[in-house]
Design a protein around this ligand. Structure first.
Ligand SMILES: Nc1ccn([C@@H]2O[C@H](COP(=O)(O)O)[C@@H](O)[C@H]2O)c(=O)n1
Ligand code: CDI
Length: 181
């Protein structure tokens, strides 16, 4: 099993959409970025790349590359899902937090989790999104931007060969290496 963490910040700007977890949220401002500035998706991407020791978002999707100008971060997430699959990793779960003084995000959380799970081809109960304010403190508290944090847990097909409990309950990940196959 491998764990990864991710963190990202984007600042607010006029005339931009506010996109979090692939959901366009009605608000007076949006986040600034080369991409759609989906700060939640970016933290999750870094958590997934970190768990797989595959570097970080800027290495894979440079903000100097015009092909990522305005790109949907859900597309970047799909690309990361393909990379992980190619390396034999399975995403066990993702937990994440959006830190925003405003707007209230509670009602959008199920849709954000659905979008993220969809992009990663995961059941929705493997993805959790939380939201918190920083009680008016710091740059998020002053409403200057939004930050997000995420953690991700990965297993690889080989993990199933070393854990008796997993071998007996779920051999599908073994690809022939499990003694129950
Ligand atoms: N942008 C946000 C921030 C918070 N929430 C919800 O409110 C709860 C309380 O937040 P505190 O920062 O005051 O602890 C939090 O647990 C979230 O459910 C939100 O929806 N949107
Ligand atoms: C996602 C990318 C891709 O253009 O652009 P930004 O929206 O600027 O996001 P950031 O988290 O600052 O850096 C990663 C970039 O590579």
């Amino acid at each position: 099993m491998r764990i990864g963490q991710g963190y990202d910040v984007h600042k607010f700007a006029e005339g931009r959409d506010l996109i979090l977890g692939g959901v366009t949220i009605p608000y007076e401002k949006g986040l600034l970025g080369h991409s759609d500035a989906d700060v939640l998706a970016h933290a999750i991407i870094d958590a997934l790349l970190g768990a797989a020791a595959l570097g970080d978002i800027g290495e894979h999707f440079p903000d100097t590359d015009p092909k990522y100008k305005g790109v949907s971060s859900m597309e970047l997430l799909k690309h990361v899902a393909a990379l992980l699959e190619e390396k034999g990793y399975v995403v066990e779960n993702i937990d994440s937090t959006v830190i925003a003084q405003k707007p209230k995000l509670l009602s959008y959380r199920p849709l954000m989790a659905e979008n993220i799970a969809g992009a990663l081809n995961l059941p929705v109960d493997k993805v959790n999104v939380k939201a918190t304010t920083e009680e008016g403190l710091g740059f998020t508290g002053r409403g200057e931007g939004i930050s997000s944090q995420a953690v991700a847990l990965l297993t690889s097909v080989g993990d199933y060969c070393y854990d008796d409990r997993i071998m007996q309950n779920d051999c599908q990940g073994c690809k022939g290496c499990c003694k129950h196959d």
